[in-house]
Design a protein around this ligand. Sequence first.
Ligand code: NAI
Length: 347
Amino acid sequence: MSATTPARIPATLIAGDGIGPEIMEAVLAILDALGAPFDWEPAVAGLAGVKAAGDPLPNATLDSIRRTRLALKGPLETPVAGGYRSSNVRLREEFKLYANLRPARSLVPGGRYENIDLVLIRENNEGLYMGYEHFIPIDGDPHAVGMATGVNTRQGCRRILEYAFEYAIAHERKKVTVVHKANIMKALTGIFLETAREMHADRYAGRIAMEEIIVDACAMKLVMNPWQFDTLVTTNLFGDILSDEIAGLVGGLGMAPGGNIGEHAAIFEAVHGSAPDIAGRGIANPTALLLAAAMMLDHVNLPAMAALLRRAIDETLNLDRIRTGDLGGDADTKRYTAAIVSRIRNA
Ligand code: NAI
């Protein structure tokens, strides 16, 4: 850890629904032990937002993130009834969170694959997820034809590719693989590939290696030999699918963190949901949210603290062999948390 005391950093804290409050309590205790310099502004969203303010994304929560530009977020439930839009999608739009950063690293040995260390960077605002969709009714069938229009812009391609190249350089990654389907979707993903080639030739050749791959081949190669990849960057829909695929390589969504980075804010979260089946029982695994907190520490330029946190998680899981039930262990959330805190205190 650095010898100087880091400046205080205001950040919004959304505990979330279901197991959210339990795993957030664990994460806060561990960040406290680390001496992480966040000044938390608690805010609500999801079901808790509906209960408190009649909106899964209350204005007070948006205002807080506008102020802090930084948030740690537990899983949110979108109420099925009431016609609410997903709070996660609204946050992405509101704060132009254009880069979805999903690292996948083997933590517990003995899975199908060992030593995985991949990063997937997904464009989060454009492509086929813009919601430009409609049905065409024919002969009394209101849904005779379903249509969707995807939109990728030069500007959108540039900013996600720039993010990916800069991330790879800053984190000393080996190469960036540009994943596309430009052979079929010549405009929609052709613009992405074309922009990648231009930007790499102009600004990044010699600084970071770039390769290209078609998305279907990429999906297969990730299963056959994931070690050939390092950092992948792709458009929205492909990124959604491939990010879950790489989470599967390291044991599923339960250990996967995610960062949503944008022009106006950065929001870090666990990839899993609110796990209503185990909520309130004190047995949830806080690792994914903890790894999200480590990404947040990296984001605010506290990499030594992030590294210490990751090492404490590794040691607790693999040297102390203290694990929660979802990983085959018998520790509850509190015991697992205490073990990580003690690793940090003794580091
Ligand atoms: P889920 O991820 O909540 O649960 C799937 C399974 O994994 C369950 O058996 C659960 O007990 C287990 N699990 C998940 N996280 C765990 C943890 N940290 N420790 C131990 N076990 C864990 O997915 P599900 O059931 O499909 O969704 C539940 C709710 O969460 C839904 O309302 C959904 O909309 C919401 N959701 C929210 C997300 C977010 O805010 N980022 C992401 C995914 C789902």
